[in-house]
Write a protein that binds this ligand. Structure first.
Ligand SMILES: Nc1nc2c(ncn2[C@@H]2O[C@H](COP(=O)(O)OP(=O)(O)OP(=O)(O)O)[C@@H](O)[C@H]2O)c(=O)[nH]1
Ligand SMILES: [Mg+2]
Length: 317
């Protein structure tokens, strides 16, 4: 292995946060050497507990993550946080909020926070987030928390890498619980109703119960519902307890490895798709794609044969 790379890995593994930051940037921006780095780090990963937290904009995710981080620090556990920034107009304030909160932790090397921009990720966001989590994991963090906004396919993909997924809802979402139900029922291991100081928490709880009665999870776990007031730190202890209870359940039922294998099956498909696409691109010369597209548009060429030809060449290379 490249000696610079080895040095970086040694530093990162010894807890050097600047090395950690550099490694994360390398991976996040897919700089040269990023796959070498990931290959070398992977064997050191797999020890951190990865917790995904997702929910609508402004639900209080960052506030909860912040409280959880403090709680885990009191237990002497080290924490890595990945905040996947929202692209929606809601973000301005929230990102600022995250930064301000981040500052409070700067004096504590036991908490490392990284904001990731979604812009330009071209659908590779889940992959990049997973790789950044692997770097944090390999650096020896006990816990990695990933905050993502919304509950859409992107979030489902992102939280797929988490050991525990917390879905945060708030009162007053109206039919939103219905709208996002397809996504959340699949991924939530724990529900949080934050802003329980507002009216309507019971209604959200009833809706979650109603949805739960419609679907039985194949692992037999019934996701608990934890009510919190994150801005006051209320219910955070209960949330942490629910998280460890689910972890214990996975261990006891021997489900941890099974869940991980299921997740890896999806991720391997994505990685293969990326790799194949990359190879296809390499097969094409500059401007080929634009020329082919024009030919197909003019019906001079059929796209089916074209794709078959290109992918056949990839198979041989
Ligand atoms: N009343 C009340 N306000 C809360 C509660 N939790 C968080 N807030 C406030 O809600 C606002 C948004 O909180 P954040 O933690 O930034 O929410 P977020 O989900 O991370 O927001 P995005 O990252 O933009 O999606 C802040 O002003 C918090 O102080 C709560 O339980 N009750
Ligand atoms: Mg936030």
């Amino acid at each position: 292995m490249d000696s610079d790379l080895q040095l970086l890995i040694d530093k990162l593994r010894s807890g050097d946060t600047r090395a950690l930051a550099r490694a994360i940037s390398t991976v996040e921006n897919r700089e040269p050497g990023s796959s070498e780095l990931l290959k070398a780090l992977f064997p050191h990963s797999g020890k951190a507990r990865i917790i995904g937290l997702t929910g609508p904009p402004g639900a209080g995710k960052s506030t909860l993550v912040d409280h959880l981080a403090r709680l885990y620090r009191r237990e002497n556990r080290t924490v890595g946080i990945i905040a996947v920034d929202p692209t929606s107009p809601y973000t301005g304030g929230a990102i600022l909020g995250d930064r301000i909160r981040m500052q409070e932790h700067f004096s504590d090397p036991g908490i490392y926070i990284r904001s990731m921009a979604t812009r330009g990720s071209l659908g590779g966001l889940a992959r990049t987030t997973a790789d950044v989590a692997t770097v944090l994991d390999a650096s020896g963090r006990d816990l990695v928390m990933i905050e993502t906004v919304g509950v859409g396919q992107d979030e489902v993909d992102i939280v797929r890498l988490a050991d525990v997924t917390v879905v945060i809802l708030v009162p007053g979402m109206g039919d939103d619980v219905q709208t996002i139900k397809a996504g959340i029922m699949e991924i939530a291991d724990i529900f949080v109703i934050n802003k329980s100081d507002h009216d309507g928490a019971e209604r959200v709880e009833r809706e979650i119960h109603a949805l739960q009665s419609l679907a039985v999870r194949h692992d037999g776990w019934t996701p608990p519902i934890v009510k919190t007031v994150a801005s006051e730190g209320t219910g955070v202890k209960e949330l942490a307890a629910a998280i460890s209870e689910y972890e214990n359940y996975l261990q006891k039922e021997n489900l941890a490895l099974k869940k991980s294998a299921e997740n890896w099956q999806e991720r391997l498909v994505e990685m293969l798709r990326d790799a194949m696409l990359e190879k296809s691109r390499q097969q094409l010369g500059d401007g080929d794609l634009a020329r082919f597209a024009a030919e197909v548009a003019e019906h001079k060429r059929d796209p089916y044969t074209l794709v078959e030809e290109i992918s056949a060449r990839v198979g041989k290379s």
